[in-house]
Design a protein around this ligand. Sequence first.
Ligand code: ADP
Length: 389
Amino acid sequence: MLRNKNITDIKVGVLGGGQLGKMLALAAANWHLPLHFLDRSADFPAGLPGANFSEGSFKNYDDVLNFGRQMDVVTVEIEAVNTPALKQLQSEGVIVHPDPQKLDIIKDKGLQKQFYQQQQLPSSAFTLFEDGRSVKAAIRNGSLSYPFVQKARTAGYDGQGVAVINDENDLPKILPNASVVEQKVDINKELAVVVARNHDGEIRTFPTVEMEFHPVANLVEFLICPASIAQEIDQQAQDLAISVMKAFGISGLLAVELFLDQDNKIWINEVAPRPHNSGHHTIDSCPTSQFEQHLRAILNLPLGDTALNCPAVMINLLGSRVGTGPASYKGLAKSLSVNGANFHLYGKKITKPFRKMGHVTITDQNLERAREKARLVQSSIEISPTGTN
Ligand code: ADP
């Protein structure tokens, strides 16, 4: 059906209007393809001037159904959407990517782990628990031993629903939620591969990236591409990402987060079926960005070139820890003077401690120099509530 339509006439709806939606809209604008967004407020990042923005909840059945019925294709920029409405839309002939059945699996970290087990894909051993009390009971009766990682099955985000329990001193951190408890991997590096697949089954990966985390916020602090790993490890990471994509069989992007352990074994941590933080650098360092690739994939177009034009370091611009309020940017001019630093501000009105307010990708042939520039940008810029800086 889509092949008979002019690309500028295809109605593409996106559930979620945050920064990922905004960057999808910017990629779509190159083709003059208007995207339509559903989210609570047109003040959100994807609510650019002239945007087609419907205010409503992507968690609400009727809102999603009414929005989707006006679209040819519906996709997501967040997992926490109403999947029963997406299934209904699918039955009415709307093209929905990713497949809502698979989205149901990915949304629930417990089902996701069971999926890897069924598919014989490498992911750390796990047990499901109904609540925090049963986790503590399992420790007492000896069926669960330290160290382990407890994750809320649903609604976890940017490390919020994750508790690393090393010994009894960490017991107060145990989450009350229905959760999956995983064996703690002895991590050497955290890697990610963003992979795309279109309906015809064409698959392409972006280069493997390496993530370094902020010690307090548990958010990615530096993202480095290419990852500094041996070529054979890189190949294994790429092959594994392709296997995971084939197992899910969805169209669009799949960001596959991986752990490389101290014995050089690779484990799947989790996946996201949408553009992802670990692919932001592709806007400035690859011929095709992850955002354009997602559009190509969901429209069943040929996938674009993913080779790395230039090494890159990406940093998230996080709200400072001083408080919540209207965002003000200090030191922007100084950081803009750094050569090769590409700024992406999301336009969120309110800053909060560690909130993702933007990102900067530094491209440089020399990765060490790129890291230094990233540190300079990081130390120059501060995003805090108006009146506090
Ligand atoms: P989120 O979905 O909130 O991003 P993740 O499942 O990616 O949460 O976990 C956040 C971080 O917690 C990971 O990046 C990693 O540093 C740590 N972590 C998660 N699972 C494990 C594990 N099984 N072993 C060791 N560390 C883990």
